[in-house]
Each structure stands twice: as C-alpha cells, then as structure tokens.
Design a protein around this ligand. Structure first.
Ligand code: 5GP
Length: 187
C-alpha cells in the first residue's frame, strides 16, 4: 500500500492479475522532468498539445501542470486495441481535432507507443494540415514491439513488450483510474 491513494501493489482486472511496474511517485518525477524539458524547448512558440484519447488523458493532465509556458490544448480520439490485450492492427478515428493547426507547433501526447500504428497514423493526418512542426511525446514506449516507423521525441519510460494497465491505460475499459502503472503478472 502507499500513503497517497491506498492503491494496492497487485490488482485483479477483468480476471487477470497485475503487479506494479511504475509507482506513481516515479511517474510524477519523470513527468516533471519532461514538462520542464518541453517548456525550455518551446519557450515563445505557444505550442498546441494534442492528447490522444482515451489512454493519454491522465498523463496529459499531469504533464500540462509541469508545463510553464503559454500553450493550447486539444484532443484527438482513436481506438486500435478494442477490448483485447494485443493491437487489432487497425485504427479507427472517433474524434478529429478542432484547432486550426496550420503554421503552429504541435506536440502530440500519447500514453504508449507499442507497434507505432496509432502514432504513425496521427502524425500523417496532422502533417497534412501544414503545422510548423510536429513532435511526439509518449509516457511509455515498447521499443521491441515497433512495426511502424515513428520518432518519439520525448519518452517517459522504455518498457518491455508486456501488457500494462493503469494511469489512463485500460484492460477492456477497466483500470484507467489506477494511480500506478501495472504490468500483467503471468506467474
Ligand atoms: P500502437 O498503435 O502503438 O500499437 O498502440 C497504441 C495504443 O494501443 C495506445 O495508445 C494504447 O491505447 C494501446 N496500447 C498499446 N500497448 C498497450 C498496453 O500495454 N496496455 C494498454 N492498456 N494499452 C496499450
């Protein structure tokens, strides 16, 4: 147990057991560093942060609180996993961005880059709208799972190719509210 949230070290979600991989304190320390680095690199550029829903909503909210420069926020909604633990290999667009991004500096915010399919798809869409620049920030990255080329400009943590849960990431829509990142416990 931890004092902040009472979240347990192991959880059962939809019948599967998960154990802590990244504690919320570790997440916050790293996200603070990322926010500071982005703030330094985008000083005077008034970037637009575009969060990729649903998974990025908690990370985006925390990251933005560590960004201390003028900026704007928008969201894009995609789904690629369905209710499974492996990517379906198909991306469905559910909500486009509202902002006019032509000539603007764009920072895409992802929860995790796994095969790279979603990030690759969104970057292509965003680039067609003629922004001044596009960068990608992802809390998690599974480098060994990559199948589609994508440059992740800011990575919180590189992790193994294992299914993770919590801090915005779900398993069949559950578990997004867990404060830590958990990994499937196959033992
Ligand atoms: P990709 O398109 O890179 O294969 O996967 C991107 C999306 O799949 C992520 O935004 C996330 O929603 C989902 N995803 C990828 N890996 C995981 C994982 O380990 N756990 C969960 N819960 N979702 C994942």
């Amino acid at each position: 147990m931890n004092s902040k949230t009472q979240a347990p070290d192991t959880v059962i979600c939809n019948g599967k057991q998960f154990k802590i991989l990244l504690h919320q304190d570790e997440l916050q320390r790293r996200i603070a560093e990322m926010g500071a680095e982005i703030s330094k690199n985008y000083k005077d550029k008034k970037p637009i942060f575009i969060g990729v829903l649903n998974g990025a909503f908690i990370f985006m909210a925390d990251l933005l609180r560590y960004v201390d420069i003028p900026c704007e926020v928008d969201f894009y909604k995609l789904s690629s996993y369905g209710d499974e633990k492996v990517s379906s290999g198909m991306v469905t667009e559910r909500k486009d961005i509202d902002a006019d991004i032509a000539g603007r500096h764009i920072i895409l915010v992802e929860d995790i880059v796994d095969t790279g399919l979603s990030a690759n798809y969104i970057i292509n869409i965003v680039e067609k709208k003629k922004p001044a620049s596009v960068a990608l920030v992802s809390l998690l990255h599974k480098p060994d799972a990559i199948k589609y080329h994508v440059d992740v400009d800011y990575v919180g943590f590189n992790i193994e190719t294992l299914f993770v849960l919590g801090y915005g990431l779900d398993y069949a829509q559950e578990g997004r509210n867990l404060p830590h990142i958990y990994v499937i416990d196959e033992n």
